[in-house]
Design a protein around this ligand. Structure first.
Ligand SMILES: Cc1cc2nc3c(=O)[nH]c(=O)nc-3n(C[C@H](O)[C@H](O)[C@H](O)COP(=O)(O)OP(=O)(O)OC[C@H]3O[C@@H](n4cnc5c(N)ncnc54)[C@H](O)[C@@H]3O)c2cc1C
Length: 391
């Protein structure tokens, strides 16, 4: 087994694995280290609680890494998106048909994406997947970064990438400060069955206590993300299944009829977090290690995948020009390209959360008017759809 690489990636979540596949395709030698055993098979009919809305832009990255064809049979396309406000008559409807496109994006289980990416890595001789493997120490050598694994193995590379999520140890090692604030909300996640078909539509209702989303799964069920104050979320978790289905149906305005069944319910505390820098000498951060946003528009992984694309382009370009891929001047191009985009999305999510969470009458009036005005302005709606899809 090798112990020297071009790039070491700490964290083999969806973002770390995508980066490994992207760099591996370009013949970079890569070590990707993941502490958790991946789920590679599961009982038929079960659904992962971690379900993601994947944009067309993210799909393009999966196509480039040859992982998409294995995901597609298990992906649920969504062709429409319907958003409305419980505090008024504001209502907006986006349809892929208006753009002459077959769909807006796909809903995919995290484990399906993970397995497809792992299968791609298996075929790439220049990528080694160390799993389960936890980093116990980081050392800075003269022109390399070195990591020590639990079993005593030492690996080194010209570039260390932190794809290790919101509690990133790579970020701490780089001395990069992250600003963290609590949204004061938790997201309740579950898979539910509805009386009527989800119509291949992603639904979102803004309640005064937080947004409630129904994402259409390929098997006809829906994955829900119900963000609410921590107190309310805890109450919802404790309800028995019948009472929970009744509360959910009411909160969702019974748009898909009654809720006939509900699986396991899990809460995720919601925090906003951003790293003050994305890079340091021989270190780069991607995905949740550098930014964590509110899940109301389902953009977290999608932003991480945009980081992947930009970092891979930056490294490929630097190598083509015989430059050191770990040098700060090379890595700053990546930081410049991604920081503004991620920050803009974070601020937009915070703005939506504030605007739709406010009971103040003028704000309620303005947001409902805004939704209806945009709904009636087709060219503007098309522009919003194109940008959300990454077209
Ligand atoms: C309720 C909810 C719903 C969401 N819905 C969506 C959605 O619809 N669409 C979307 O795009 N995003 C969504 N998100 C956001 C999304 O979950 C995250 O943005 C995404 O998981 C980040 O991926 P990542 O690979 O950067 O980090 P993570 O998924 O956190 O992966 C980090 C990996 O690093 C590993 N690791 C950590 N430390 C070490 C170490 N020292 N050694 C080895 N391995 C280590 C961990 O085991 C983990 O596997 C949602 C989030 C929430 C909370």
């Amino acid at each position: 087994m090798k112990n020297e690489f071009d790039v070491i990636i700490v964290g083999g979540g969806l973002v770390g694995l995508s980066l490994a596949a992207s760099l591996g395709k370009d013949d970079f030698s890569v070590a990707v280290l993941e502490a958790r055993q991946p789920v590679i098979d599961w009982p038929a009919g079960s659904v992962d609680l971690r379900v993601y809305a994947i944009t067309r832009e993210s799909q393009k990255l999966f196509e480039l890494t040859a992982a998409w064809s294995a995901m597609l049979p298990k992906a649920g396309p969504f062709r429409d998106m319907h958003v409305w406000d419980a505090g008024g008559n504001g209502d907006i409807h986006f349809s892929s048909a208006d753009l002459g496109e077959p769909y807006l994006g796909h809903i995919l289980e995290a484990r399906v994406i993970e397995k497809a990416l792992l299968d791609v890595l298996d075929e790439l001789p220049c990528v080694q997947h160390f799993c389960p493997a936890s980093v116990t120490a980081f050392n800075e050598l003269e022109d390399r970064q070195q990591v020590e694994l639990e079993d005593g193995r030492m690996l080194s590379a010209g570039l260390l990438v932190g794809a290790d999520g919101k509690h990133s140890r790579v970020r701490d090692h780089a001395g990069i400060h992250a600003r963290v604030s609590d949204y004061g909300q938790q997201a309740l996640v579950a898979v539910v069955t509805t009386e009527r078909s989800h119509e291949e539509t992603a639904w979102q209702r803004f309640l005064p206590t937080g947004p409630l989303a129904f994402l259409p799964l390929a098997d006809g069920r829906s994955s829900i993300v119900w963000s609410a104050s921590s107190e309310r979320a805890e109450q919802l978790l404790k309800l028995d299944a019948t009472d929970f289905c009744a509360e959910l149906g009411l909160a969702f305005d019974r748009r898909l009829g009654t809720i006939t069944a509900c699986g396991e319910r899990v809460l995720f505390p919601l925090q906003r977090q951003y790293a003050e820098h994305y890079v340091a000498a021989r270190i780069a951060l991607v995905g949740d290690a550098s930014h964590v946003i509110h899940p109301l528009a389902g953009q977290g992984v999608n932003l991480g995948l945009k980081d992947v694309r930009e970092l891979a382009d930056t490294l490929r370009d630097a190598r083509g020009r015989n430059r050191d891929i770990g040098s700060l001047s090379v890595l700053r191009r990546y930081e410049r390209a991604r920081k503004g985009d991620n920050m803009a999305m974070m601020l937009a999510m915070d703005g939506f959360k504030y605007l739709f969470g406010s009971p103040v009458a003028p704000l309620r009036w303005a947001r409902n008017l805004g939704l209806n005005l945009v709904d009636g302005a087709q060219p503007l709606k098309n522009q919003i759809m194109r940008s959300a899809m990454g077209l």
